[in-house]
Design a protein around this ligand. Structure first.
Ligand code: ATP
Ligand code: MG
Length: 570
């Protein structure tokens, strides 16, 4: 490819809304352009990288027995009604009607579509196992589309679905995909970790998120250096914290004027924060009041709360009216003496004694609260409902946990029979019995992977692509393309590199050398080959390694071989 024919509009400025370096650099390097909030065009350079990532994904999916297909983006509502997700998915789903008024959605994911397809076609165990995937646009009307391709409303996803005869088969498929994902992200040149994750709206059995480590990441990960444990903060399971035995004092109501926060109560009553019980009030779609209680120094994990309340699909902050109607007061809520609410208590709260909790009336708290004695066991749900914190003991080995941030680029799930049961997808097994498929689903965000790669690989001058996903591996730059000798010399090298199978760009633009060099650094080609009057005179070429900034000179005769060698390590 010649730069004079390439549409790669580079810019000096980035858009005001761009916060992340990857977003800024994708704009400036001419990889993407915005059409509307969360909707982007991929320009040729961006699409080249996207295609390389997709190719790596394809190869690794195929290596595990995956087969590529393509399903409709527009999906009839009936499938989603049958699975029960039409109501659950909420505003994130982009819905539309056809001319006859029939309801459809733009696929945010394809479990319903593929299960319906397989249900009607795959009848026998002999056709199993199956792993089917597609690489296609997905649609999610994200509440806050942001960070460019990281969180957009239309994005390219690889989604694979596995169908097995039994749970063992499903687990084998899961392990295969786990391995394939590790290979994909390693080949893309990324530093990542597979973390135990929450299943989110998809539901089902176990799950890992493949997370690229970057301080700008949206997900927070707890990990242990003493063992292999890593989990998203949404999921990290916590052991209960035992408290030392104390002499139990009698429960007493005390006046706490205007102490409506834990901070105010603890200062007013002069107690350590670990001796206070904090409340967070939620409501669900059915407007049920759900009160969650954790120790004052802990934070409530909304997902864990939701998972332990039967029938709750979304949680919202509770209306004050709802709290009042239940006989309580915001800022003074308590599990003692309240009936019209679902009460969820963190397991560590149950270990406390002589603690402070609200009294369900304004300007009053209970002191000497001992949950095991004072809470009505029949009316409460006790569970692990708090967020992990730095220093919490590792659930596997007990060592203190650390926290880091990451970008979720892929996720693997076992689904079990969740969709096959709801959609009645069965097959005939060897013993003649009708059985329900055991499924798994596995997604990779292609654009998010590209963005994450840039987050991890950049400097003040621009992007530093890992070779495997660079839009071009090498750029050949004659410093003065108006000079025929220089251009001819550069073209010859370009041709030889092409013949050697290198993905190479010839920067034949008649721009100033400084402009071309700046563009090369901004776009981030791993290697630059420079042809100048000086190198011509010496019969050699100059090579610049983008990542290290090193320059080297090679004789013309050996330069192609040297370039091939250098590329091996980039
Ligand atoms: P998130 O928690 O970030 O919203 P998710 O867990 O809902 O993502 P999945 O359903 O697991 O996403 O989708 C598989 C992959 O698709 C994700 O790992 C991510 O790489 C990508 N992805 C999901 N939502 C978006 C989005 N809005 N924009 C770009 N990529 C996305
Ligand atoms: Mg996910």
């Amino acid at each position: 490819m010649r730069a004079t024919q390439l549409y790669a509009p580079t810019l000096r400025e980035s858009p005001a809304e761009a916060e992340l370096v990857s977003h800024k650099l994708m704009y400036r390097a001419g990889l993407i352009r915005k059409a509307a909030g969360g909707l982007y065009s991929y320009l040729p350079l961006g699409w080249r990288t996207m295609k390389k990532i997709m190719q790596i994904i394809r190869e690794e999916m195929d290596a595990k027995g995956g087969q590529e297909l393509m399903m409709p983006i527009v999906q009839p509502a009936e499938m989603w009604q049958e699975s029960g997700r039409w109501a659950v998915y909420g505003d994130e789903m982009m819905r539309l009607k056809d001319r006859h008024g029939r309801a459809f959605a733009l696929g945010p994911t394809h479990e319903e579509m593929i299960t319906t397809l397989i249900r009607d076609e795959v009848r026998s165990y002999k056709q199993l196992p199956l792993m089917l995937y597609q690489i296609q646009n997905k649609y999610r009307d994200e509440i806050r589309p942001r960070f460019g391709l990281m969180r957009s409303r239309e994005f390219v996803m690889k989604d694979l679905y596995s169908f097995d005869r039994d749970v063992d088969g499903m687990n084998i498929s899961y392990d295969k995909m786990y391995d394939a994902y590790s290979k994909v992200f390693t080949r893309c040149g990324l530093k990542f970790r597979a973390v135990e994750a929450d299943n989110g709206a998809i539901g089902g059995g176990h799950s890992h998120e493949f997370t690229v480590l970057a301080p700008s990441g949206e997900s927070s990960i707890a990990y242990c250096e003493a063992c292999n444990f890593a989990a998203s903060d949404e999921k990290a399971e916590l052991k209960l914290i035992h408290a030392d035995a104390e002499e139990l004092l009698p429960l007493k109501k005390v006046s706490t004027p205007a102490c409506h926060t834990i901070e105010l109560v603890k200062n007013f009553l002069r107690v350590p924060i670990e001796k206070t019980i904090k409340a967070v009030a939620f409501m669900d779609d059915a407007e049920r009041l759900i009160l969650a209680f954790v120790r004052g120094d802990h934070e409530v994990n909304e997902i864990k709360v939701m998972n332990c309340v039967e029938g709750a699909n979304h949680l919202y902050m509770a209306d004050e009216k709802l709290i009042t109607a239940a006989g309580s007061v915001a800022g003074f809520m308590s599990p003692i003496g309240i009936d019209k609410a679902i009460i969820v208590i963190d397991q560590s709260v149950m270990e406390m004694s002589n603690a402070v909790a609200g009294a369900n009336e304004i300007d009053a708290h209970f002191v000497n609260v001992t949950p095991k004695r004072d809470f009505d066991a029949k009316k409460i749900i006790v569970a692990d409902i708090r967020m992990v914190q730095v220093g919490d003991p590792c659930p596997h080995c007990g060592a203190p946990l650390k926290m880091t941030r990451g970008i979720e680029v892929g996720q693997v799930f076992t689904l079990g029979k969740k969709y096959s049961e709801a959609l009645h997808a069965t097959f005939l097994d060897e013993d003649g019995a009708t059985k329900t498929f055991e499924m798994g689903c596995y997604g990779i965000g292609v654009g998010r992977t590209m963005a994450a790669a840039i987050e991890q690989n950049n400097d003040a001058d621009g992007i530093i692509w890992p070779r495997a996903i660079a839009p071009f591996e090498v750029v050949v730059v004659p410093v003065n393309a108006k000079d025929d000798t220089q251009l001819a010399f550069a073209e010859k090298i370009y041709d030889e590199l092409l013949a050697a199978g290198v993905d190479v760009l010839l920067d034949d633009r008649k721009e100033r050398a400084g402009v071309k060099f700046k563009d090369c650094d901004l776009i981030g080609y791993p290697l630059r080959v420079t042809v100048s009057p000086k190198t011509l005179a010496g019969g050699n070429v100059e090579i610049k390694i983008r990542r290290s900034g090193e320059f080297m000179n090679f004789a013309r005769s050996e330069c192609v071989e040297k370039i091939l060698d250098l590329l091996k390590n980039l």
